[in-house]
Design a protein around this ligand. Sequence first.
Ligand code: 13P
Ligand code: SF4
Length: 307
Amino acid sequence: MTSEIISKIEQLKSEKNAIILAHYYQTADIQDIADFVGDSLALAQKAQVINSDIIVFAGVHFMAETAKIINPKAKVLLPDLDAGCSLADSCPAENFKTFKERYPNHTVISYINCTADLKTMTDIVCTSSNAVKIVNSLPKDEKIIFAPDRNLGGYINKLTGRNMVLWDGSCEVHDILEAEKIVQLKIENPDAKLIAHPECQGAVLELADFVGSTSALLDFTNRDSATKYIVATESGILHQMYKQNPEKEFIIVPSDEICNCNDCPYMKKITLEKILYVLENETNEIILPDDVMQKAIKPIQRMLDIS
Ligand code: 13P
Ligand code: SF4
């Protein structure tokens, strides 16, 4: 059955000049059929340069929106339109407008995990891969608002010595990981290194041997000499970690007592069946108003230029 779905997907892809882009938090079967798997920055960079007529985005809504904004000629299809993001949802554009008015003369840096409407109120977008570089591209005394992730913003403040005003948003997947549980895992696995995504709380990041974006965590486990890692991020990344380092051991930090996993419920809404369905029917197209596209491209392009 699965092989039948995969061969239909392959056939439709070549008939329709379509490409599948997938985030590392997708399930293993989707990562394996994708034409390109990456973190948020790599996916945005890829979306900008491809010539396909159709992009099927195996990821969440803000990622598909970003692909549409930077490649407006392509038809961008999101296999499940309910694949949202708690972090993007934590910063509604109308609330942010009021917040921004309280801080005149501030430059707005928004994490890419936000809506297209929020991007229209942003000066520069960043991802977890390039946030330090983007912040450091501004003069030391520049007043900055950072939205929507308070954990990433706090971490960047610490690394750069800035005092950016932070929007109080978070990712429900990373924010739930507890330092106490991680300390316990470290005691049980004294030979393991802790690696963490910067969307985790500060107390978790303090404990980590390495902090980085999804791609940076993967690169670290490829080049580092340890053989065991405690991984504080979404479990989808384990697929590539095991694929690239089958001899190493990866222990995911669980989000609760009953499950040995840490899944993003929005990322996991995407399935092979839904990918096939949207490719066949060209449904779930991402369409944005022209004025939003024109405004939102500016801070994204600024990020891509700096990166
Ligand atoms: P990166 O892929 O940029 O590390 O972002 C992680 C994430 O939470 C995506 O939703
Ligand atoms: Fe959003 Fe967090 Fe899921 Fe990423 S992992 S899509 S930030 S809810």
